[in-house]
Design a protein around this ligand. Structure first.
Ligand SMILES: [Zn+2]
Length: 283
């Protein structure tokens, strides 16, 4: 049987057990190789709860105790254990729905990649798979999603026509370039200063204050770029559109951008307050 046939069968099995599998034909995420069969499956592969039709929403939370409690809270009466919760004669444990972990093992055996549905989405243009949750401290997004129009677009599709992405980034200190786009080719000039924001002492630079300083110079067409991300900090810099570069050149006001509120100080204060609260509660 081909991976595609197996996959089609597993889609039906999942559907019959009230689970959903979505799929994509390629990865659009740096560092991931598309499998030979060109099938990537997304689902919640965890052991599930049995479908209980009289529960609004169908599926109860996972642990048996949570299930009973949730039902009692919702309906006001104690739930007699439904047939699907039968205690296993051999192990003495309540039965759980093993459909999804089993499907996952079968798919992987046939060379199909299985990913967690809550960590991935699909590019609206090419339907390739894009990661939306970090898999390491240094991870940054390789897609963008306009809050207003909403559909995610992968790095490759963005590169074909970067204007909309540049417009989205421009002039907003809450947004930053995280993709491998050459801003120099798009007529932006990199400013020499680099800033740090994080929990280490002295990493109190804030994009908001940098943006404010730029606006004071009359610069509106700037783009923030994330140059590196660590476990506790992030390095960023700024690009200014060619047309506005003369406004910044020779001005030293950017070098003396005042730091924002210090994350390190805030963290220290929170820890001190927590330890005082703990001492008080023990005393
Ligand atoms: Zn795409």
């Amino acid at each position: 049987m081909t991976p595609q046939t197996i996959f089609d069968i597993m889609l039906r099995v999942a559907e019959e057990s009230n689970n959903e599998i979505r799929y994509s034909h390629k990865y659009c995420e740096p560092g991931y190789d598309t499998p030979e069969c060109e099938i990537i499956a997304f689902a919640n592969w965890n052991t599930g709860s049995r479908f209980i039709p009289d529960y609004p929403g169908g599926v109860l939370p996972r642990s048996a105790r949570a299930k009973l409690w949730a039902h009692r809270k919702l309906t006001g009466f104690r739930l007699p254990a439904p047939p699907s919760w039968k205690i296993n004669r051999w192990s003495g444990k309540r039965s759980e729905d093993q459909t999804m972990p089993r499907i996952c093992r079968i798919l992987e055996y046939y060379g199909i990649e299985c990913e967690w549905e809550d960590e991935w989405t699909m590019c609206d243009d090419c339907h390739g798979a894009i990661r939306t949750r970090p898999d390491s401290y240094g991870w940054t997004r390789s897609y963008w999603e306009d809050c207003e129009y909403g559909e995610p677009q992968c790095e490759d599709c963005m590169m074909e026509n970067p204007e909309a992405y540049l417009e989205y980034l421009e002039g907003d200190p809450r947004r930053a370039l995280t993709m491998d786009l050459d801003l120099e080719q798009c007529d932006y000039v990199h400013l020499d200063e680099e800033w740090e924001h994080g929990l280490h002492e002295g990493q109190a630079d804030s994009p908001e204050t940098v943006a404010e300083s730029l606006r004071k110079l009359g610069v509106e067409r700037f783009i923030f770029a994330i140059d590196g991300v660590g476990q506790f900090d992030c390095h960023f810099s700024v690009w200014v559109h060619e047309s506005e570069v003369p406004k910044v050149i020779g001005r030293d006001s950017l070098e003396s951008v005042p730091p924002g509120p210090s994350p390190a100080e805030k963290c220290k204060r929170a820890l001190q307050e927590a330890s005082i609260a703990l001492n008080n509660s023990q005393g």
